[in-house]
Structure formats: structure tokens, C-alpha cells
Write a protein that binds this ligand. Structure first.
Ligand SMILES: [Cu+2]
Length: 116
């Protein structure tokens, strides 16, 4: 019976350390989000805006592909929160649409429907 208890105890320990590793991995996550950005000004807006977002380490927009690469701390923020921040800056994030009010505030050249 004692052996079983020790065995169970070590099993719990192994379980806990696995969880610990999983959380370590979450600290440095990176995600690529397709946005509706169109120009260099959008790039500045998005990169600056996300720099103030909690848990975001770095955000880089590639204007040509409209892909925003974000490295973030998975313990402090989540992909959903990052997408919401992008929406609130006036841009679509993957299938999540821009907040209308924020989109209205964008400069004419930064609106996705604008003629370029
Ligand atoms: Cu723009």
C-alpha cells in the first residue's frame, strides 16, 4: 500500500512538471495575423498601437502581404485579445472585422475600401 502511495505521488509530480514546461513554452508565442492594412501609415499605426498592448513583445507588419507578425507572452495575453486590439485600431484581423468606430477614424488612405 505504501509503495502505491509513493508511486501515485511521483506520478502527480511528473504531471506538475509537465504543466510547468507547457507554461514556459507559452511565454514566447508568435502568431501571424492577416490584416486589412494598406500602407506605411497603417504599419506605423498597428506597430505602435500593439506596442502598448499588454503582453505583446513585438509586432511587425509586412505591408505587401498585410501579415502582422506578433510575438507575445501567452501568460499575459491571448490571440483573441491581440485580434481585438487590431480591430480597435481600425483593422480586420483574420476573420475578425475592424471596429466600425475605429475604422471611421482612420485616414482615408488607410481604409481598405479606398481606391489606391
Ligand atoms: Cu494606411
Amino acid at each position: 500500500m505504501k509503495t502505491l502511495k509513493i508511486w501515485m505521488f511521483s506520478l502527480v509530480l511528473i504531471g506538475l512538471s509537465t504543466v510547468g514546461f507547457a507554461q514556459d513554452g507559452k511565454k514566447g508565442e508568435e502568431v501571424k495575423i492577416k490584416t486589412s492594412a494598406v500602407c506605411g501609415m497603417c504599419k506605423a499605426t498597428l506597430e505602435k498601437g500593439l506596442a502598448y498592448e499588454k503582453g505583446v513583445n513585438k509586432a511587425t507588419l509586412d505591408v505587401d502581404s498585410k501579415i502582422l507578425t506578433v510575438s507575445y507572452n501567452g501568460e499575459k495575453t491571448s490571440l483573441e485579445k491581440i485580434k481585438k486590439a487590431v480591430n480597435e485600431l481600425g483593422y480586420d484581423a483574420d476573420s475578425s472585422p475592424a471596429t466600425p468606430r475605429a475604422y471611421d477614424r482612420l485616414d482615408a488612405c488607410c481604409k481598405k475600401d479606398a481606391v489606391h
